[in-house]
Design a protein around this ligand. Structure first.
Ligand code: HEM
Length: 534
């Protein structure tokens, strides 16, 4: 390739110019005017003040001054890749979703992995939940499966989301710490929120410091519905299983990697895909009906609970392959807008109160973040199937409807019409009851699955959890928070509480927290241990 040299030259009048040489295409302004000099502003004389008539300079600086958009309020740091989803077999029996009708169907996909708490410039190896957001460009509209690398969540009700996130973000007076680690406000909130105990076990486990995005699982978390052509519904939980296996790093490795290469996870994904080593995940479904749900001793609408794979093995239904990096990080990875509400016909929501709240939040936040109701027209967000409606105007409208009438019904035969047979129909679930803010009794058990998770870990993994808790709580400045957490740990597992208490130098453990319902001893689930899986 020819280098376009910059040279200092003397012009015909003897004056200095810094000017490009070589055969590059001509640069233009945003309006298309060819640019003669992109090195020097227009001035009065050679040493005088700048002229405001220098439209070329003004346009360049104006655009630069407005390059930044708000980072995501959560999951700000992320990294994406393109790929495809391949359907193994028809699932027409369970769903009329177009993506699941034909064996071998290939659907384009875009995936964004992320950390939750840190800012856009934070380090990849933070102890944190990882986002695992998948956009599937199906032939009947985009389906976004906006998941995480852990199958449960901190809270049961969406109204608590601002609280849990405020507790984990930098403290407002001092503006640190950046990450979840060693955070008084985070542990304060958690210790006052027993429903978070199961998730906290996951976050203190090896799952929270994955070796790379390629070696982690993904989960839709909530119970969703599949709905077939006869309007019959089957509950479903979505799981992504990495064909690479699962791997994590140790905390002291994570600390060193963060220092040596804060972009470690980005570099790993970039390197693997550029080298043709395409990472792959299998989509597996846990499918169940109302009777099965009624027979469980927890509520499938409670996002702090998982359905153990031993009770209900997930069925493989397809594979996701990532084989191409974006051409432009901002245009694709930053501007992509995932929304839980993006579901095609055949996939529907359950009444999980966290999912219901999320369905409001994503559209709302993305108007703020992307600045225009037309963000769906951006190439990364636009469906890859035909789409047609009467939405018009707004900032940056690039795709207005044409013709005389942009409403329906109209007498001119213009434009698209609804299609009751093909279109999205909400599953007609029976919903009755008084308005209420009460939590259901079926959401009251906060410790049994936390205990199950701890017991499912190998001895090595349990030691990592003890070390993580001792490190985190040891750096809490407020002793009462530490003691409150030890009380919860006693309700999860006595040996865990004793080990953490010893490491913290607490001579007398506080009384165990009082559970709202008795803690049950569930059989440990081998599927929850990374070491037993790899
Ligand atoms: C991103 C809200 C729970 C996964 C976001 C964003 C918001 C948000 C506002 C930023 C979106 C953007 O600017 O594009 C909420 C609320 C929740 C909730 C209100 C609970 C009530 C969850 C849960 C999961 C999850 C349970 C996992 C199952 C994600 C992911 C992203 C994200 C993966 C990043 C998407 C991307 O890569 O662009 N969430 N969230 N969120 N959320 Fe949630």
């Amino acid at each position: 390739a020819r280098l376009h040299d910059l040279t200092l030259r003397r012009g015909s009048g003897g004056e200095y110019h810094q000017i490009a040489e070589g055969g590059a295409p001509t640069m233009t302004t945003a309006q298309g005017a060819p640019v003669a000099d992109d090195q020097n502003t227009l001035k009065v004389g050679q040493r005088g003040p700048l002229l405001i008539e220098d439209f070329q300079f003004r346009e360049k600086l104006f655009h630069f001054d407005h390059e930044r958009i708000p980072e995501r309020v959560v999951h700000a740091r992320g990294y994406g890749a393109h790929g495809y989803f391949e359907t193994y077999d028809s699932l027409a029996q369970f769903t009329r979703a177009n993506i699941f009708q034909r064996a071998g169907e290939i659907t384009p996909a875009f995936v964004r992995f992320s950390t939750v708490a840190g800012s856009k410039g934070s380090m990849d190896l933070a102890r944190d939940v990882r986002g695992f957001a998948v956009k599937l460009y199906t032939q009947e509209g985009n389906w976004d499966l906006v998941g995480n690398n852990m199958p449960v969540f901190f809270i049961q009700d969406a109204i608590k989301f601002p609280d849990v996130i405020h507790s984990v973000k930098p403290e407002p007076d001092r503006a640190f710490p950046q990450a979840q680690s060693a955070h008084d406000t985070f542990w304060d909130f958690i210790s006052l929120t027993p429903e978070s105990m199961h998730m906290v076990m996951w976050v203190m486990s090896d799952r929270a410091i994955p070796r790379s995005f390629r070696f982690m699982e993904g989960f839709g978390v909530h119970t969703f519905r599949l709905v077939n052509a006869q309007d019959q519904s089957t509950f479903v939980k979505f799981h992504w299983k990495p064909k690479q296996g699962m791997q994590s790093v140790l905390w002291n490795e994570a600390v060193k990697i963060n220092g040596a290469d804060p972009d470690f996870h980005r570099r790993d994904l970039w390197g693997a895909i550029q080298a043709g080593d395409f990472p792959e995940w299998e989509l597996r479904l846990q499918l169940f009906d109302q009777d099965f749900a009624d027979g469980l001793d927890f509520d499938v609408l409670d996002p702090t609970k998982l359905v153990p794979e031993e009770i209900l093995p997930p069925v493989p239904v397809g594979r996701l392959v990532l084989d191409r990096m974006p051409d432009n990080f901002f245009a694709e990875t930053e501007q992509v807008a995932f929304m839980t509400q993006n579901v095609p016909p055949g996939i529907d929501f359950s009444d999980d109160p966290l999912l219901q709240g999320r369905n409001f939040s994503y559209l709302d936040t993305q108007l703020k973040r992307l600045g225009s109701p037309n963000f769906a027209q951006l190439p990364i967000n636009a469906p890859k199937c035909r789409f047609a409606n009467f939405q018009q105007d707004g900032h940056m409208a690039m795709r207005n409807p044409t013709g005389r009438a942009i409403y329906q019904p109209n007498s001119f035969g213009i434009g698209p019409r609804e299609d009751p047979a093909r279109g999205f129909r909400s599953y007609p679930a029976q919903e009755v009851g008084p308005k209420s803010r009460l939590r259901p009794e079926s959401f009251a058990d906060h410790y049994s699955q936390a205990r199950m998770f701890f017991h499912s870990q190998t001895a090595v993994e349990q030691r990592h959890i003890v070390n993580a808790l001792a490190f985190e709580l040891g750096r809490c400045e407020v002793p009462a928070i530490r003691l409150r957490m030890l009380a919860h740990l006693r309700s999860i597992d006595e040996t865990l509480a004793v080990a953490v208490g010893d490491a913290l130098g607490v001579s007398e453990l506080p009384e165990a927290a009082t559970p709202a319902v008795p803690v049950r001893d569930l059989p440990p689930s081998p599927a929850l241990s990374i070491l037993q899986n790899s």
